[in-house]
Design a protein around this ligand. Structure first.
Ligand code: HEM
Length: 500
């Protein structure tokens, strides 16, 4: 009767009903199977899972969920199963697990080829190995690079001293300066602070990192990729990301072209040179070494190597202003070890335990990467006896470790002394401090970052008294998108030079 009324072909109707029933049974079977295998966790909605319930400060939410569901919990997020690991022993076990080195199958930027930061398996291994070999050969971790960083810091300090305005936007100038240290490794040269190309690259990079969300719909709902061009029209954030990334990569393309024009016989001076030579070696075989990957790798190295360190330095300025007594202690160590005439060397850190403790405590309390860059299980594996099925996305929650009251006394307070021996003469680096992640996929820029943090901090305190502008209410409020960043950029008052 019903079918007659709507004039529906009964055979077609039967096929439709059978298909729907089969699909529903399969969906239910997968659902139950999943629940059985995965660690416990919160429920979500059909199809979108827990994604709509993710809050702005997701790392705090994950830490709270761990209190309810246990140190390793799971949830469905969009189309992906996610496992979050929140406890130090479980994270250490995950660092050692070779099946947890892959990244998600989707890229952070929809529609782009993956850079090595986003690659998995053999291509990632090759790209990372070659990148680190080239960067080491051109100076990473060597005294030649330290000399160049010191030269860069010299320009930076001079520029602060010459600043005529009453207030200095610290992150803007330090961003340009820190990016120059990475530019030397990647392009073989620095940019003057008023060079429009350097300024534009920093701006593009910042607009990208300010708009790539950790729980991005495009990563967790990969089917949305099909509608990416449509979505880009409606999502201003996504539009900003794709257009600024494109502009950044255009600048890198110009650098690559200039490098190609150099004489073929010249020696390897930077990452682009080394990569072009590597491409030449592989030109007759099918590998992941190609111009597109070079462009993507360079853009990601530039972003990963400048935004993170600048951001940490901004937090450090905030702590210097908030705790003048600690600023005085660092200055006292400078007085005893280096004096006010000679530029600091990284070696000086061995006689400056308090300064190193201040850096470690800044890294712990700011935890700019509270949730690790997403990993993926490349096959069924286990952490702490919890099963993690193949292709599950795995999140390591460093925030939970850095604020764990079982590991740190009074974890929410800024106390550099916690990294010092009882008599204050030795710095003790805790194994629970993991801002650079760990294991085979940990941050390859850790040495560069630590050299920079030490040399910039000491040079600043050696030359200036760091103060906020008069009447300016300093704030430690943060924005979290992919990184934790201070909501209000740190403004410093016209620096009072200590030598005046
Ligand atoms: C304070 C500064 C920095 C912090 C806190 C930081 C933190 C991190 C973290 C947490 C990861 C994720 C690792 C993982 O998946 O387990 C990472 C990856 C990475 N970092 Fe850093 N980083 C910093 C500075 C740098 C610098 C200076 C460079 C460049 C020279 C750099 C280049 C990279 C790259 C290329 C990756 C991806 C590695 C891969 O996927 O194999 N980082 N970083």
């Amino acid at each position: 009767m019903f079918l007659d009324h709507f004039n529906v072909n009964p055979t077609l109707f039967n096929i439709f009903c059978t298909c729907t029933t089969v699909w529903l049974i399969k969906y239910l079977f997968n659902f139950i199977n999943r629940i059985r295998k995965l660690p416990p966790g919160p429920w979500g909605l059909p199809f979108v899972g827990y994604l709509p319930f993710i809050k702005k400060d997701a790392y705090i939410q994950m830490t709270e969920l761990a209190k309810k569901y246990g140190p390793v919990f799971s949830f469905k997020c969009g189309q992906c199963d996610v496992v979050v690991i929140n406890e130090v022993k479980a994270i250490e076990e995950a660092f050692k697990n070779n099946y947890l080195l892959a990244r998600p199958n989707t890229t952070f930027l929809p529609g782009h080829n993956p850079s090595f930061v986003e690659m998995s398996g053999e291509p990632w291994k090759q790209q990372r190995r070659v990148a680190l070999t080239i960067l080491r050969n051109v100076g990473l971790g060597k005294s030649t690079l330290e000399e160049k960083i010191k030269e860069e810091i010299g320009f930076f300090i001079d520029s602060l001293k010459q600043s005529k305005s009453k207030e200095v936007d610290f992150s803007e100038l330090s961003g340009l300066s820190v990016a120059n240290n990475v530019s030397i490794l990647l392009f073989g040269h620095r940019f003057e602070y008023d060079d429009p190309i350097g300024i534009e690259m920093q701006r593009n990079m910042k607009l990208v990192s300010d708009n790539v969300e950790y729980f991005s719909k495009f990563m967790f709902m990969p089917s949305l990729f099909f509608f990416v061009s449509l979505a880009a029209k409606f999502s201003s954030g996504l539009k900003k990301v794709t257009s600024n990334q494109k502009k950044l990569e255009e600048k890198i393309t110009e650098e690559v072209t200039k490098h190609k024009e150099k004489k073929a016989t010249h020696e390897i001076e930077d990452y682009i040179d080394g990569y072009l030579q590597e491409m030449d070696k592989h030109k007759d075989s099918k590998t992941s070494f190609n111009i597109e990957t070079l462009r993507r790798n360079t853009a990601d190295f530039y972003a990963a190597g400048s935004g993170t360190t600048t951001n940490t330095l901004s937090f450090m300025m905030l702590y210097l202003i908030t705790y003048p007594e600690y600023q005085r202690k660092i200055r006292d160590e400078i007085k005893q070890t280096i004096g006010f005439e000679r530029q600091p060397d990284y070696e000086d850190r061995n006689s400056m335990p308090f300064t190193m403790a201040f850096i470690y405590e800044s890294l712990r309390i700011s935890t700019i990467t509270p949730l690790n860059v997403h990993r993926r299980a490349s096959r069924d594996t286990k952490v702490m006896n919890y099963l993690i099925p193949k292709d599950t996305l795995v999140i390591l929650n460093f925030w939970a470790v850095h604020r764990d009251p079982n590991l740190w006394n009074d974890p929410h307070s800024f106390k550099p002394e916690r990294f010092l021996s009882d008599d204050g003469t030795q710095v003790i680096k805790s194994p629970y401090l993991m801002p650079f992640s760990g294991g085979k996929r940990s941050c390859p820029g850790v040495t560069l970052a630590l050299i920079e943090l030490f040399l910039y901090l000491v040079s600043i305190v050696q030359n200036f008294q760091v103060l906020a502008p008069e009447g300016d209410k300093i704030s430690d409020e943060v924005n979290y998108i992919f990184f934790r960043m201070l909501k209000k950029p740190v403004k410093l008052t016209h620096f009072h030079s200590l030598k005046d």
